[in-house]
Structure formats: structure tokens, C-alpha cells
Design a protein around this ligand. Sequence first.
Ligand code: APR
Ligand code: ZN
Length: 235
Amino acid sequence: MNHVLILSGAGLSAESGIRTFRNSNGLWNEFNIMEVCSAEGFRKDREKVLDFYDMRRSDIKDKVPNAAHFMIAELKKSFPEEIHVLTQNVDDLLEKAGCPDVVHLHGTLCDLRCENCFNIWNIKYESIKGKKCPECKSSNIRHNVVMFHEPAPAYQTLYKTIEKTSSGLFVAIGTSGYVIDAGGIASCFNFSILNNRDPEPSMDNMFLKVFHEKATSAAPKIKEIVVKFINSGVF
Ligand code: APR
Ligand code: ZN
């Protein structure tokens, strides 16, 4: 079986109007990353961090998937065993595009997690204010998003998937490689594609094929290569 691992980052959702992190108008240019997205910041000012994730959660309410989300969703529905969809994104646009079995490596904005019983439940785009865990009624609850200096349990799935698929094709879409070393992952695979709008000198040359363009314009080209690879093993 010809497996394909598709890893996406903030650039996948950029054309849907969700800000990326490290570009010129990125989220980390407006907010101090360690104040609103780190274990230390959460300990220091819990309310500030909960408000930050409330703002990001309500921001994605009206966002819609773009052609790149639909491309990934169609591939996953057509080849459920061969395609593995892992994303660093915490938005729900791949699900809105109909993609099943998305692995969210950094958690999910529309879910909350109970710090008392570890229950995770979906609140869509609502505020966390005034909510209690539906299981144990505790108000010791938080966003279900992994912050810096916190464990990311889903990384185990990433490592296992790399092990299972490295004889196949690795596709990275819309990630700077700053947190998850997409270039290093590419070097584990026989075949690899990178699609970023902007060049990433630190990792571009780790990929066999590179598309420096918007995800929506690269999407049909990537789909064609992936379908051919799955059906014939030809890259
Ligand atoms: N199409 C394709 N790629 C794009 C587009 C677009 N329309 N717009 C931006 N990009 C690319 C940029 O060139 C950049 O390489 O997307 C990448 C975005 O990089 P980051 O902002 O660093 O986002 P990401 O790699 O997902 O960050 C990883 O960092 O802050 C943490 O947890 C957060 O999951 C996030 C992680
Ligand atoms: Zn609970």
C-alpha cells in the first residue's frame, strides 16, 4: 500500500482568513507568545489566557474551508487507509470540509478540557466563561489547546504514523517548520512535497518537490501527484 502523510500548519487556513503566527501580520506580532500560549503564562494570568482562547474560538466561527481543505478532505475520503491527515492547526476547517479522522497535534479550539476529570467536550464557538465540566461539574476547566512547555500527547501518533508511512510520500502544507521539524520528517521519507507561500530557506531543500505558492493554487497539483502515487507508486 502506498501511504501518504499530510501535515498541515497555519498556512493551510490563511486563505480562509485565520491568521498565521510568524508572518509579518502574524498572531505572534500582536500577542506576546509566552504570555498567552505557554504553561508559565497560564499559571501567571489564567484569565488573560482563557480570554485569548475565547477570542480565537469566536474568531473561527464564521470561517469557511478553502480549496486546500477540500482537497485534503476528498483525498482522505477517497483513500481512507492510504491518507493520514495530521495538522498543527486548532481550527475546525478540515472537519467543516468533511475530512474524517483528522489528528490535531496541538489540540482543538472548539473543545474544553476538565482539569479535574480530564473529560474533553465540544462547546463550538462559545466562551468558556461560566461553564462547568458536564461530567464532574468542576469549574476547573480550560481550552483543549497545547501551549508551549506543555505535553503534546498526539505527537505519539505523529511518530507512529511516520514509522508506518516513511516508505511513502510526505506532504507538508503551510508550515514554517518552526515547531514541528517538517524538514527533518521529509528526510525520513522516500518522497516529499512542501507547499508554502514563502520560501523557508532552512527546510526547502529537504523536500523533493517544492511549491512556493498559496495552498489553494497548489492544491490541484498536489492532489494529482498524490493520486498518481497512491495508484501506481510513481512520484
Ligand atoms: N498558502 C500556503 N502557505 C502559506 C500561506 C498560504 N496562503 N500563507 C502563509 N503560508 C506559510 C508561510 O509561508 C509559513 O511558512 O505558512 C507558514 C506558516 O508558518 P507559521 O505561522 O509558523 O505557522 P505554523 O508552522 O503552523 O506554526 C506551528 O507554532 O505557534 C505555534 O502552535 C502554533 O501550531 C502552531 C505552530
Ligand atoms: Zn470533569
